[in-house]
Write a protein that binds this ligand. Structure first.
Ligand code: SF4
Length: 705
């Protein structure tokens, strides 16, 4: 049983996509402890610093929103109101705007931290009843490039591997990721595997020397944006060395001849110069991969958050395809999910271009199936606005109202000044939140207090397609409600039928029913079954009562031809290049002990001790040129804005490149720590994921006036 006694509940850590199992001990509606679940297949009892401190985050309710609030005009103060008053007003405004301007003038912006049930019901409400596809989430900033690349190569957004492949692999290519800090428990598993099997090779590709590099046999410190050139150079060498699987290529893929032509366009030397790494190191990487029996390619934001994020993903997945190292023990492409339930959101179609159970918006048959199933309105075939597009549309008046759920766009979206302008221009803003800290609240016409982690029930899916059931352990504070309950009440106010769910499990069962006959089939799965099996990896075989550990073992891919597709896009990138005025490249990223915009982890003093303030990492050569000392206050400028932080002069970054952590927003009235003052509006043309890892900046010592 998952509820072990009156006071111990099983759940899953709410931070990263690793999905570690936890046990929550409760007394008097307070968490006494959160410990790693020793029986959980993902973490076997281990937790990283963030997971270990979850109880402090939950128990500190000093910042919690306790009741709905509303202001009658933008300039009037917020006033406490009842749930009915708040939702009646939201209903009246949304109904009026939709009637006057059409459904595409309202939008909902949610989060990869929402539970699957919440994602499902919101998606049903927006696409199936309001009649717009304007629902997107902050997973757009995180995984959308991987989603698009999986679809292009494998036919659907299907992560093929399982974590148990780690112990079966003898070569890891970690590209654009720092799992030692951002996916720590998974990384410890790789560390343990390497300790037992020292011949296992680890290649890390990153413009920075991170903690992940400590375990690497080879670190390719490439120039930012050159991943495709590197991957093609490795591909060329694998072909030249004869380390490809021609049988697999011939029988199970399409596009090899074009791929071969593409990778032979550049010589090894040319590629090495573009990437800024020695040619011998690229040769070593290719040998490690070529000689391996089990090859896992791991990646995350360094590839995804790019103006060519999809192409970077494709060029990496190509390496698994040409070597036939997919659908086999210890092999496959393995995208590390950033958020705890980005995967669950993808299952229910919770992005502006997706429909539930891997159905497509541009497929009329799929839209009709959903209309029939939901008994709602005709689904629109027009893709909705994505995260950044929503705020652009607010800024220019195309979008009138936005409902923001469990995310903090003023800190996390690129070009923060534009986001501020967008929220100022919006006719109506609803913010559904747990904390009174996010700056978005300043722009809200209505604030709805939501229940947080451990205060509600539902499911999440981790990076290896593993579904887990999160039990409610404590009651939310004040009048806060679970997000699913808020959506359900709003839908009923709008007069929509089919939103009266007695329990979250009823929502889950409806979602499961919709997956029947699809590649992610979990039909028949309910909470009792998940609990009895502990966790389940989709797709699920109801007869055998068994999930699926590894996909594509039969080499039948989900493309129309059944063959995986090799893609060979050009290796250029189209980022904002440095020039005379802005001569350095800025890249942004995470630090070990903070999560997103710090509304949870920032409350825990132990976590704040690791790194206490935002900083600018700068190479000693650049620091010398700029006359900057370590720890000195510096101003960083891009064409869009300014940041003022202290420097960390370090050889961990490449000359010509500077790094800022992305977590800090507005502090004590100043937003000069916010990295996104500087980042740009460019997005990948397919995935619409922003180019967070590359923009042109200038750095100057700060002079006190
Ligand atoms: Fe939580 Fe991720 Fe740490 Fe596991 S690795 S405890 S899921 S933050």
């Amino acid at each position: 049983m998952n509820k072990e006694s009156n006071s111990v509940y099983k759940s899953t850590c709410c931070y990263c996509g690793v999905g570690c199992g936890v046990k929550i001990s409760v007394e008097k509606n307070q968490l006494i402890s959160v410990t790693g679940d020793t029986e959980h297949p993902v973490n076997q009892g281990k937790l990283c610093s963030k997971g270990m401190n979850l109880q402090y985050t939950v128990n500190d309710r000093s910042d919690r929103l306790l009741y709905p609030q509303m202001r009658h005009h933008r300039s009037s103060p917020l006033q406490r109101v009842s749930w009915d008053e708040a939702l009646d007003r939201a209903e009246a405004v949304f109904r009026t705007l939709i009637a006057k301007y059409g459904p595409d003038t309202v939008a909902f912006y949610a989060s990869g931290q929402c539970l699957t049930e919440e994602y499902y019901i919101l998606n049903k409400l927006v696409k199936g009843f309001i009649g717009t596809n304007n629902i997107d989430t902050n997973s757009r900033l995180c995984m959308s490039s991987a989603v698009a690349a999986y679809k292009k190569t494998l036919g659907e957004d299907s992560v093929p591997i399982c974590y148990d492949d780690i112990e079966l692999a003898d070569c890891f290519l970690v590209e654009g990721a720092n799992p030692a800090w951002c996916h720590p428990i998974l990384w410890r598993r790789i560390e343990a595997h390497k300790a037992k099997n020292p011949r296992t090779k680890i290649i890390v590709v990153d413009p920075r020397i991170t903690d992940t590099c400590a375990l690497a046999d080879l670190h390719l410190q490439i120039n930012p944006g050159t991943d495709i050139v590197l991957n093609y150079a490795i591909g060329r060498l694998l072909i030249e060395q004869g380390d490809i699987d021609l049988g697999f290529i011939n029988d199970h893929t399409e596009g090899y001849e074009v791929y071969k032509e593409r990778v032979f366009e550049r010589t090894l030397l040319e590629s090495a110069v573009i990437c800024g790494v020695p040619a011998e190191d690229i040769e070593r990487a290719a040998s490690y991969i070529g000689e391996s029996k089990g090859f896992l390619s791991l990646w995350t934001m360094g590839l995804n958050q790019s103006v060519v994020g999809v192409n970077k993903n494709l060029s990496l997945i190509d390496l698994n395809l040409i070597t036939g190292k997919i659908g086999k023990l210890g092999s496959g492409p393995f995208s590390l999910t950033g958020q705890p339930n980005a995967m669950g959101g993808r299952e229910v179609g919770g992005l502006a271009n997706l429909l539930p159970a891997h159905r497509d918006i541009d497929n009329k048959k799929h839209r009709d199936e959903l209309q029939q199933f939901w008994s709602g309105t005709t689904l629109s075939g027009k893709p909705g606005l994505t995260a950044t597009e929503m705020f652009e549309a607010l800024a220019d008046g195309r979008l009138k109202a936005i409902w923001i759920i469990c995310t903090n766009p003023l800190t996390s979206l690129p070009n923060a000044r534009l986001v501020e302008k967008a929220l100022q221009m919006a006719k109506f803003v609803v913010v559904q939140e747990i904390s009174n800290k996010p700056q978005t609240l300043d722009f809200a016409d209505i604030i709805l207090p939501a229940a947080g982690w451990a205060e509600k029930e539902g499911t999440m899916t981790n990076s290896e397609r593993r579904i887990s059931h999160l039990h409610k352990a404590i009651s939310p504070p004040g009048e806060a409600l679970p997000d699913a309950e808020i959506f359900s009440r709003f839908a009923q106010k709008m007069g929509f039928k089919g939103f009266s769910y007695p329990t979250p499990e009823d929502i889950y069962k409806e979602h499961a029913q919709l997956t029947s006959g699809t590649s992610i089939d979990i039909s028949g799965l309910d909470y009792t079954l998940i609990d009895s099996l502990q966790t389940v990896q989709w797709p699920f075989d109801l007869k055998k009562k068994q999930g699926t550990t590894r996909l594509f073992q039969d080499k039948e891919f989900l493309t129309p031809s059944g063959r995986a597709q090799l893609h060979s896009p050009p290796d250029q990138h189209y980022s904002e290049l440095p020039d005379q005025n802005f001569p350095l490249i800025l890249t942004t990223g995470r630090i070990r002990d903070q999560w997103h915009t710090m509304s949870k982890t920032g409350k825990v003093s132990k976590l704040n001790q690791h790194i206490q303030a935002a900083f600018l990492e700068v190479h000693p050569n650049d620091a010398a040129t700029l006359n900057l000392a370590d720890g000195q206050l510096a101003n960083v400028y891009s064409i869009r804005g300014e940041v003022r932080v202290r420097t960390r002069v370090s050889k961990t970054i490449k000359p010509g490149v500077v790094f800022l952590p992305m977590h800090w927003g507005k502090l004590l009235g100043s937003d000069l720590h916010r990295a996104n003052n500087l980042t740009n509006d460019l997005v990948d043309p397919i995935s619409k994921e922003p180019d967070f890892k590359f923009c042109a900046v200038r750095v100057e010592a700060h002079v006190k006036k």
